[in-house]
Design a binder for this molecule. Structure first.
Ligand SMILES: [Zn+2]
Length: 115
């Protein structure tokens, strides 16, 4: 499980987090096709929120890295929280170990294939 992730990181190591975030959000905008990925409502012009499934917290960044956290497989495009919408917080998978383990496996698989 470790080796393919290292190979993946070598491929994108020259990309900084901001560039990577913009790239992943762009892919999510296309994937979402203008609709919130939680409630299905039309998103306002300018897109929606980049909502992390496994939270964008320091301890998760240390454990999994920002390439993982900001990957499209770890996020949904949702209605903007700034407009009072709760969709952003519904995306969070919480902190149950089993749920996180399954999610991490799924994200790694989508990031570059680990099977
Ligand atoms: Zn929504």
């Amino acid at each position: 499980m470790i080796m393919p992730l290292i190979l993946f990181m070598k491929r994108v190591v020259k990309v900084n987090r901001t560039q990577y975030f913009i790239q992943e959000k762009g892919a999510m905008v296309i994937r979402a096709n203008g609709k919130c990925e939680v409630c299905g409502k039309q998103l306002p012009a300018g897109g929606g929120d980049f909502s992390h499934k496994l939270g964008n917290k320091k301890r998760n960044e240390i454990k999994y890295g920002w390439l993982f956290l900001d990957n499209r497989a770890n996020a949904s495009l949702t209605c903007p929280q700034a407009l009072g919408c709760k969709c952003n917080s519904k995306v969070d998978i919480g902190n149950k170990e089993g749920v996180i383990a399954e999610h991490v496996k799924s994200v790694y698989a989508q990031m570059g294939g680990l099977e």
